[in-house]
Design a protein around this ligand. Structure first.
Ligand code: PLP
Length: 430
């Protein structure tokens, strides 16, 4: 029985699963199996031929992962989801599902470093061109588009700059030109609904807030089901032309009885099958478990982060604080348009004294964990100039928003007094 609700608090507990049909188990069972017995030779042939949908092999689908996929899709207002082994796998497949060698896509310059490297180097080696444009001007996406452009890509709330991406503006340009916008919403689940703003596809690193407890790597792609792939047969050849990868299947035709799921079905049946970045059922369970408290956690993360930003802004050892709650002008307008559920819990600030002060501050923290991660229930900190961005020249560091004294925080859900006390004692140590 599927529970219909528009409220995230209900969806994260009920969407896609009520109880197990075999055992009546209320908790989602961990289906730790590689394969599934076919009822007959005909049943097996129907499953392989997509005449019937059902379980074949856990690299392709799994009942535990299926619940995660349905929950994230319901939360985003999409039609279907695909769980994969990591956020990196999610963004890789999201692009490869549309782009072939010789094609291009237009992407915001403001990206997670791993995604930047994937786009600038790995895809280049595969003959796919990433065209990087500054999201300060949404029209830059239009200008970079040509006949071989297959999609646009951006992050809702990219760190370290924390400039909110103009989702609605770029989605509108894309829909005018027939180009779908893919949004990485990793840093802003609950807070932002990219599909409602016009994006076609949403990707997540579920490793961060969705899971929320720092236990499991995973990723999810959600198909919004609103993009008309057939309107431009040539642009979306992977979905509209016979696919040699699946005995000549035309995906937009094949899904006619199933609903608008051509994009996500092709991803499952070809990319996931062939490249194999399958999510383990155990990790899917951990992510489902984490998601049950996602709306509560996001509220607590955001409340704490607003208070931390206000505290740091007035501290004499701090020269600059970057957090959406402090933005003004066009940045604030973009924030209000995209972040309707809170300002997010990622934050950057600069300490007086440059590199040495940044390092000393990190070494003085007691409650905060010093890790290269975000979105954990615990508060996290890192000094990018000596870690995540240390391979870049000082000039390139500055261009990506990282000064020598810059510290990145991911504010957790501990009691605010304890978070502030730890920050205060570490700043006092400078
Ligand atoms: N997208 C964003 C915004 C991220 O911050 C990260 C990881 O830090 C990823 C994608 C990649 O996710 P994963 O580490 O799960 O592969």
């Amino acid at each position: 029985m599927a529970i219909e609700s528009k409220h995230p608090e209900t969806l994260v507990l009920h969407a896609g699963y009520h109880h197990d049909s075999a055992t009546n188990s209320v908790a989602v069972p961990i289906y730790q199996t590689t394969s599934y017995e076919f009822n007959s030779a005909e049943h097996a042939a129907n499953l392989f031929g997509l005449k019937e949908l059902g379980n074949i092999y856990t690299r392709l689908m799994n009942p535990t992962t299926d619940v995660l996929e349905q929950r994230v899709a319901a939360l985003e207002g999409g039609v279907a989801g695909l769980g994969v082994a990591s956020g990196q796998a999610a963004s890789t497949y999201a692009i490869l599902n549309l782009c072939e060698a010789g094609d291009n896509f237009v992407t915001s310059t403001d990206l997670y470093g791993g995604t930047w490297n994937l786009f600038a180097n790995t895809f280049k080696q595969m003959g796919i061109e990433a065209r990087f444009v500054d999201p300060a001007d949404p029209d830059a996406f239009r200008k970079a588009t040509d006949d071989r452009t297959r999609c646009y890509y951006a992050e809702t709330l990219p760190n370290p700059k924390l400039r909110i991406f103009p989702i609605a503006e770029v989605a509108t340009i894309g829909r005018e030109l027939g180009v779908p916008l893919i949004i990485d919403n990793t840093a802003a689940p609950i807070l932002c609904k990219p599909l409602a703003l016009g994006a076609a596809i949403v990707v997540y690193s579920a490793t961060k807030y969705l899971g929320g407890h720092g236990t499991s790597i995973g990723g999810v792609v959600v198909d919004g089901g609103t993009f008309d792939w057939e309107a431009q047969g040539d642009r979306f050849a992977t979905l509209n032309k016979p696919d040699a990868n699946y005995h000549g299947m035309v995906w937009t035709e094949a899904v006619k009885p199933l609903g608008p799921i051509a994009y996500i079905l092709r991803m499952r049946c070809t990319l996931l099958r062939d490249m194999g970045a399958a999510l383990s059922p155990m990790n899917a369970f951990q992510l489902i478990q984490g998601m049950e408290t996602l709306p509560l956690r996001m509220r607590a993360h955001c409340e704490n982060a607003d208070k931390v930003a206000a505290f740091l802004k007035d501290h004499p050892q701090v020269t600059k604080v970057i957090h959406p709650s402090l933005q003004t002008g066009e940045d604030a307008r973009r924030r209000d348009a995209a972040l309707t559920g809170g300002n997010g819990a990622l934050m950057g600030f600069e300490v007086k004294g440059g590199l040495e002060a940044g390092r000393k501050f990190i070494d003085s923290l007691e409650l905060f964990h010093h890790v290269a991660n975000i979105g954990d229930a615990r508060s996290l900190a890192i000094h990018p100039a000596t870690t995540t961005h240390s391979q870049l020249s000082e000039e390139d560091q500055l261009a990506s928003g990282v000064s020598q004294g810059y510290v990145r925080l991911s504010i957790g859900i501990e009691h605010i007094d304890d978070i502030l006390a730890d920050l205060k004692q570490a700043l006092d140590a400078l």
